[in-house]
Design a binder for this molecule. Structure first.
Ligand code: SAH
Length: 217
């Protein structure tokens, strides 16, 4: 996601400090430290402008959500959205982390996360860049380490090429695809689906959404 550099980005992020996880050493020691109550932990990687994370946190008060984004200007928009909605949210269960998925194992202790969400991850269409795709086998092995034993990954994309590649990578890593669909919105798995910004944009243009749920055990 390309963005022009935000003016006063650091100040704007600091104003949302109540929702920002900034002590990653503490996070590693206690993945729930930023939340008032312990609940199963869901992690969204590449949350973009935060619509999905905000929607899921409201719809699932039984979970705690950490939304991660590597581009701070984009994370700033997500943080401001979440701050604006904070009072309407009945449960204090959403926090943000600014950083790159490559460093996940420094921030999350093994077996600390119940669910990982990957939504409309960058497709990196050139074969030479396939190792950057967030469903490349090295990333899946990182997810395996930080997920609980019965942990799951939920993946959505508009990109058929990335979807095909991801299904191959799931097989290479011996993961179980519990369900998959090449047209999520017209499938039985649409119930309870919370749309992301990209999903809204692609589906409003008539593009089908691919999705899969993968179990690591
Ligand atoms: N999930 C959002 C945004 C999709 S665009 C939506 O569906 O609307 C993909 C997002 O993932 C971008 O904001 C990009 O900055 C972020 N991203 C890509 N690689 C990442 C990585 N390695 N770690 C964290 N975030 C990443």
């Amino acid at each position: 996601m390309r963005m022009r550099k935000k003016k006063h980005g650091a100040e704007r992020i600091a104003a949302c400090g109540a929702l920002l996880i900034d002590d990653t050493a503490r996070l590693f020691a206690d993945p729930q430290y930023a939340f008032p109550e312990h609940r199963p932990l869901a992690l969204e990687i590449g949350c973009g402008k935060g619509r999905f994370a905000c929607g899921m946190a409201s719809a699932h008060p039984e979970m705690n959500f950490i939304a991660m984004e590597r581009v701070s200007d984009v994370a700033c928009i997500a943080l401001e959205k979440a701050m604006a909605q904070a009072e309407a949210r009945t449960t204090d269960n959403l926090r943000f982390l600014i950083g790159d998925a490559r460093n996940l194992s420094e921030w999350f202790a093994p077996h600390s996360v119940s669910v990982i969400y990957l939504n409309f991850s960058d497709p990196w269409p050139q074969n030479g860049y396939r190792k950057r795709r967030l469903t490349y086998r090295d990333f899946l092995e990182r997810y395996r380490t930080l997920l609980k034993e019965d942990g799951i990954l939920l993946f959505k994309t508009d990109n058929q090429g990335l979807f095909d590649f991801s299904l191959e990578e799931f097989a290479v890593c011996g993961l179980t695809v519990e369900w998959s669909s090449r047209d999520l919105h017209h499938s039985p798995y649409a119930e309870g689906n919370v749309m992301t910004e990209y999903e809204e944009s692609f589906s409003s243009k008539g593009m089908p959404i691919c999705a899969a749920q993968v179990r690591f055990s």
